[in-house]
Design a protein. Structure first.
Length: 178
């Protein structure tokens, strides 16, 4: 939901709250019917009342249709094989990266992002690794392993593997991949 929709939703919600409170007050007879009738008669037939009604109608229709959007198809890399097209989603590639990271020692946590190009991908990783690890060596090995594994299993060219060492940890816990 974008910023404009949130403002419209706030306005519509405030107006709905006021109307609801008035309805409750009328139902429990806190506001007298003659007083309410007199108040309604003061706005009856005025162009301002019609304008407010039209604005609220437009807001409600906008909010109603903003919730109805076509499903976004998952992004995929499409390769042409001998027998037809093969689509591999970015989620599938992310899971392949997850497998390689899970099998790599000294990586405690990873945040994975896959960026799609025409027929290749870029892999962006934020890693938490163990203390006393040769960072350049583990990074280079992981980059080469990921590039070869994705190319071998999915047939997709890995443009680059960007690694950011986000943290260094000495805890011995299970890996958390995000």
């Amino acid at each position: 939901m974008n910023f404009i929709d949130r403002i419209l939703l706030t306005i519509f919600t405030l107006f709905s709250t006021i109307v609801s409170i008035i309805a409750i007050l009328l139902a429990i007879r806190v506001v007298s019917l003659p007083y309410f009738s007199t108040s309604i008669l003061t706005i009856y037939g005025r162009w301002e009342t019609g304008a407010v009604g039209v604005v609220l109608l437009l807001i409600s229709l906008k909010l109603l249709f903003s919730g109805i959007k076509p499903r976004k198809r998952p992004e995929a890399i499409i390769t042409n094989g001998e027998l037809g097209k093969v689509s591999i989603t970015l989620n599938a590639i992310e899971n392949l990266v997850f497998k390689v990271i899970r099998d790599t020692e000294n990586i405690k946590d990873a945040k994975i992002r896959i960026k799609k190009y025409d027929e290749s991908v870029s892999i962006i990783l934020k890693l938490t690794i163990d203390f006393d690890v040769d960072i350049p060596n583990i990074s280079l090995n992981l980059q080469n392993t990921l590039k070869d594994y994705i190319n071998k299993t999915a047939g997709i060219i890995v443009k680059d593997v960007q690694i950011t060492i986000d943290n260094v940890s000495n805890q011995t816990k299970q890996k958390a991949i995000k």
